[in-house]
Every structure is written in structure tokens, then in C-alpha cells.
Write a protein that binds this ligand. Structure first.
Ligand SMILES: [Zn+2]
Ligand SMILES: [Zn+2]
Length: 135
């Protein structure tokens, strides 16, 4: 009985100690490695995200500039008896003072609506007749 107790106690202590040492070290290294790669991938992800945002922003700026440079602008005034009185994109009647874009194909849109059509949907064709907006 006494012998069994004596043997049992040190045995469990000996068995516990190396196990703790054995487990704690590689776990910390594993966690460090996971943390390192986690941060690496996170950093890479954030980097790629910013590159994509930058590309989209530059693309949008270019499209916006191309629109304002190459498409005729007009301020709507119904006293001039315009042929087009509503915007084919949003189907709303034009209101005096609204800025419109007049395409070479003579179709007329709100500046806001055509900008969204070109910039958000990456569509460079007239929504009505499919003619190239930048002709
Ligand atoms: Zn519109
Ligand atoms: Zn058209």
C-alpha cells in the first residue's frame, strides 16, 4: 500500500512535468507562427484591398473626366422647347436648371444618371441606342 502510494506520487509528478514543458513550448511557437502568418495575410489582404480601391478610384476619375471632357453638357430649360423632356435612365422629367449630358447620338440624360451608368456599370454605350458614348 505504502509503496504503491510512494511510487504513484513521484510517477505522476515526473509524468506531468515533462508533459507541461513539452506542450507549452511548441504551442507558443505554433501560436507565434499562426500570429505571424495571420498578420502577414491580413497585411497582404489590406494591401491588395487598397490597391483595388486605388484602381477603382483612378478608373472612376478617368471615366468622370472623359465624360465631362467629351460629352456635351447642357442646363435644362423648358423655355427652349427641347425635344427630349425626360431621362431614359430614371424616367423622370427634366427640371429647369438640371445639368444634362447630350450624347452624339442626340440622346439626353441627367448628368448624375449617365455618370452612374458609365462609372458604376462600366458601360460606355448609350442606354437607348447602344452607340459609343465617347464616339
Ligand atoms: Zn435621370
Ligand atoms: Zn443614343
Amino acid at each position: 500500500m505504502g509503496l504503491g502510494d510512494l511510487n504513484g506520487e513521484p510517477m505522476s509528478k515526473i509524468a506531468d512535468l515533462p508533459e507541461e514543458n513539452h506542450n507549452s513550448h511548441p504551442n507558443e511557437e505554433d501560436e507565434d507562427e499562426i500570429f505571424f502568418y495571420g498578420m502577414l495575410f491580413l497585411g497582404l489582404g489590406v494591401f491588395i484591398f487598397f490597391i483595388l480601391v486605388l484602381v477603382v478610384v483612378i478608373d472612376n476619375c478617368r471615366a468622370r473626366r472623359a465624360l465631362s471632357k467629351r460629352v456635351n453638357k447642357l442646363t435644362y430649360d423648358d423655355s427652349l422647347n427641347p425635344t427630349e423632356t425626360n431621362c431614359p435612365i430614371c424616367i423622370q422629367d427634366f427640371i429647369n436648371g438640371e445639368i444634362l449630358y447630350v450624347l452624339q447620338c442626340t440622346h439626353v440624360y441627367h448628368k448624375k444618371c449617365l455618370s452612374e451608368h458609365v462609372i458604376s456599370y462600366k458601360n460606355k454605350r448609350c442606354p437607348v441606342c447602344r452607340a459609343n458614348i465617347f464616339g
